[in-house]
Design a protein around this ligand. Structure first.
Ligand code: PMP
Length: 340
């Protein structure tokens, strides 16, 4: 990265575009909680999600361990964003990608993966114990493909290392070392564990809170020591039923469970009031940040993750027919409320 007086003039290559994302103060959530709530704008990564960071660290780790050679293939099972990150890193570094994804994920993610040239394998959703689950399918394809490496984002801790080394370090610097709490939801758990570890290294008093969607088992695990899921969620990329290697040892102090409706409330308000178009996991994270701020008290300084762009969900979360079919309130209610 070339810098002039602290300003980045250009990046030496496209890989350097990953990370160094801005932090934005979120006015509505801050006012609602009487706190200072900041969002880390991970949708400004080249693949428009936080998963570019994990993708880059996983690929570099495979190279360093001698598992990936020029012209080789990266195989992964993903809700989509990791696949997009791996495909763009693969294109930039000369690797092919095969991406296995549940067929329930957004149309935009599938189109983006195809546009990037990834080979896309769609499978029906299945429980983790089923051999047809997208993670197991991707492992089998990697084993059967010559010159292929399995990214294994759930249990490959190069994923969380990306967040210890980059995301946490950036948040600490951007907050000037004054941060009371951090929260986000878990898919692989790489973000919550890695940012949590990185922040605790710098200040053991930072509260790390898991924000769990309905349908995931982690809330009950951290609250009651029992991996048990309740309810359901249509949020993509989050919701975990087991302690992945990335989650193992995560320094989680407290936890919240947030419904899709409560996450969607912030998706709509951030869109209408602040012009931020975000996916549902980001809305759930912001609802968690408001809950954490309420717990930590007036004036507390909280950071959460704006994990991916809402443009990835134009045919779902931002489509009125889809919303009505899924039981979501109409998108434009927030505007109507404001006019009233
Ligand atoms: N939000 C979205 C939109 C995602 O795609 C992911 C990654 N699966 C996450 C949040 C969760 O990130 P992590 O895998 O680091 O837990």
């Amino acid at each position: 990265m070339a810098k002039l007086g602290g300003v980045t003039i250009f990046c030496a290559n496209s890989i350097d575009l990953i990370g160094n994302t801005p932090l934005v103060r979120l006015s509505g959530p801050s006012a609602a909680a009487g706190a200072e709530i900041f969002g880390k704008c991970e949708y400004t990564n080249p693949g428009a999600s936080i998963k570019d960071r994990a993708a880059l660290y996983i690929v570099r780790d495979a190279e360093e361990r001698g598992l990936l050679h020029p012209g080789g293939t990266i195989v992964e099972g993903t809700a989509g964003n990791t696949g997009i990150g791996l495909a763009l890193v693969g294109n930039a570094l000369g690797y092919k990608t095969i991406i296995v994804m549940p067929d329930t994920q957004s149309r935009e993610k599938m189109d983006t993966l195809r546009a990037l040239g990834a080979e896309l394998v769609l499978v029906p959703p299945a429980p983790f114990a089923n051999p047809g689950h997208f993670v197991h399918t991707s492992r089998r394809i990697a084993e059967e493909t010559a010159g292929a490496v399995w990214a294994n984002q759930f249990d490959n801790i190069a994923n969380r290392r990306a967040h210890v080394c980059t995301t946490a370090a950036e948040i600490w610097d951007q907050m000037g070392g004054r941060i009371d709490g951090f929260t986000c939801a878990a898919g692989t758990g790489g973000t919550i564990a890695g940012v949590g570890m990185g922040l605790k290294e710098r200040d053991a008093n930072v509260t790390i809170a898991l924000t769990d969607p309905h349908g995931a088992a982690l809330y009950n695990h951290y609250a009651h020591g029992e991996l048990r899921a309740e309810g359901s969620s249509v949020a993509e990329g989050i919701g975990q039923s087991r302690i992945t290697a990335n989650l193992d040892g995560a320094p989680i102090d407290t936890q919240f469970r947030i419904s899709d409706a409560d996450g969607d409330y912030w998706v709509r308000r951030l869109l209408d009031e602040e012009g931020l178009c975000l996916g549902l996991s980001s809305g759930i994270n912001v609802a968690g940040a408001v809950a954490l701020a309420q717990q930590l008290g007036k004036g507390s300084r909280i950071v959460t993750i704006l994990a991916d762009t809402g443009f990835r969900y134009l045919s779902s979360l931002f489509n009125e027919e889809w919303r009505a079919a899924k039981g979501f309130a109409p998108l434009r209610v927030a505007n109507a409320d404001r006019a009233a």
